[in-house]
Design a binder for this molecule. Sequence first.
Ligand SMILES: Nc1nc2c(ncn2[C@@H]2O[C@H](COP(=O)(O)OP(=O)(O)OP(=O)(O)O)[C@@H](O)[C@H]2O)c(=O)[nH]1
Ligand SMILES: [Mg+2]
Length: 708
Amino acid sequence: MGYDTKNIRNVVLLGHPGSGKTTLAECMLFEAGEISRRGSSTEGNTVSDYTNIEKERGNSIFASLMHASWKDSKINIVDTPGYDDFVGEVICSLKVADTGIMLLNARSGVEVGTELIWEYIERFSTPALFVVNQLDHEKADFESTLEQARERFGNKVLPVQYPLNAGDGFNTIVDALRMTLYVFSEDGGKPEKKQIPPEEMDRAMEMHNALVEAAAENDEGLMEKFFDAGTLSEEELTEGLRIAIANQEIFPVFCCAAESNMGSGRIMGFVNDVCPSPADRPPASLADGSELVCSVDGDTTIFIYKTISEPRVGNVSYFKVYSGVLQGGDELENASNSQTERFSQLFLANGKDRSSIDEVRAGDLGVTLKLKDSHTNQSLNTKGNGRQIEPMHFPESRIRVAIEPPGKAEMEKLMKSLHIIEEEDPTLQVEQSATLKQTLLHGQGQLHLDLIKYRIQKVNGIEMNFIRPRIAYRETITGVSNTSYRHKKQSGGSGQFAEVHMRVEPYHEDMPDPDGLTVRKREVEDLPWGGKLSFYWCIVGGSIDSKYANAIKKGILQRMEEGPLTGSPCQDIRVSVYDGKMHSVDSNDTAFMIAARMAIRDSFKEASPQILEPIYDVQILCDAEVMGDIMGDLQTRRAMIAGMDSVGHYQRISAKVPQSEMFQYSSTLRSLSQGRAKFTRKFSEFNAVPYDIQEKLMADYHEEEVEA
Ligand SMILES: Nc1nc2c(ncn2[C@@H]2O[C@H](COP(=O)(O)OP(=O)(O)OP(=O)(O)O)[C@@H](O)[C@H]2O)c(=O)[nH]1
Ligand SMILES: [Mg+2]
């Protein structure tokens, strides 16, 4: 028998690296009796960080699913990695979570990781609570952490608790919701409940009243009762808080020292009593714009939010049931590819451990194995129902590297392993670029790609080295030229003859017709690599038969694939063919194609050619103290600063930076800022490279050509 929707709580642990998410997950499992001993992430024996790579590094890299029973609830706990390089794991976890638990490190307050994750909480409209962790640390400062959180995330951040003795020897929490003092023994666990001492009463009451007021504010009935009686009963208070949290009107703050196992029980109690079940959340959005209410009634719909590949097992699919009930042995149809999949085995997961279960009901998270052709971001339904849960969107890549080509046999093995990782990790893209003649990896940061390299080498036993990726330059022209080319070949019997005269000009929209030419036909073609070729047929008097127009255009396009300056694709030119010659026997398509190819090469060179380089919009979020260094570094990268503003405690820099100057930027930024800065980037446009760089690129290309 599965768990009822109303008793399910899907929580996701979020926060800056090292705030204590994995340690808190361990406490939750221990307090709920799921494990008999608490592991530690530094020792590499936690339930959550179970992969070898996580054990070795001592921090989380993958989101992992756990669960614990607490009072009436089955709490599904998803522990996420804090490093921004693994943001994909945060996105897939938030997609299926109904409550976010954001950890703040009492030693450092709101950190840059907190800021970034908050953006996702807002994007997903996830109800959330804060946990100020590490209150047992000698440098813990609850007041300042709370103040920073309120300053940054607003007055909806309301403390439920405060510590009486944060720092070394911490063991006491005042709970202003229950109006109780919690005193922990040295081993933590279940605290002793005591009365709040008289000298703390004023502060506790003030906090209590703020909570009561906030709870009443969101419900008219409760508001009236509050005005009449001046307070609310415990049930009314819980109900008011439930509504306020579900609507993201309150973000309550709890106290914790996960390392000492203090505070997790109260958090789970609150999740059970107050946090929303999947049925209390707004209906899920479907790809077609309609909505789906979470209920066990009706057709079954599930969504795969994560896939991992396990040795000897194959694909392990993590899913959420959005509607209906999924029973072991059921068959569902994949809405993306109509594949029928049989769910022969269903599991609950606690890290790497799985236990069989016969059904998973609406709202719950489950695991299955051996799906044939179903992948992350796909929905499966009762046959005939094609519902598609709105897919997840992952951020643009921030870093790319090229792979040093190994031997042919190794390359095949390497690509196979990379595709398995790509299936698991939606923030990794493997690209075999024909234009750059390189295999590229696009990812979220140096650490992200380094860990992929590590996996390939260690797990798959394949040597893989990164090299500097080539830049996808483009070529265009800035001037006008008129050229002609005669192709003539006499070999034995029939020969080849074609002569083409053309004018080339820089293309832009709405340009007037070419001066002095009579235009018979205008074509504008979108080029596969971006930009346009505008092709005008301006032959008068039949010097070239119009049946050769296509062959001429084809010749031009062929040559444009490999520009004359650096061999990069050409774009945004207008070619007007205005004269030429043909021969009644020796002219044919091939001859005109060749003539056009040569003519365009010559005219391009004479029309003030220009190399264009890709420019990225880069946004950096950083601590004010490291801003100067970051700006100084940007200046050495030919960056154009587009703006600066502040976001909470952080500064945001927007800049346009050439891609060629972004190599290894993620590592540079990390070391410049000691981890207190993050960036995103997005392709913006192609811009002309400066003269000296153009000269150098052309010289390098020429050298390569000579060597080849
Ligand atoms: N003093 C103290 N140390 C803590 C506490 N919670 C966690 N730590 C320590 O902080 C370090 C990081 O803890 P983790 O639980 O791995 O942190 P995390 O948030 O999971 O980190 P990532 O997985 O990298 O995002 C470990 O050395 C923990 O022992 C706490 O409450 N007090
Ligand atoms: Mg962790």
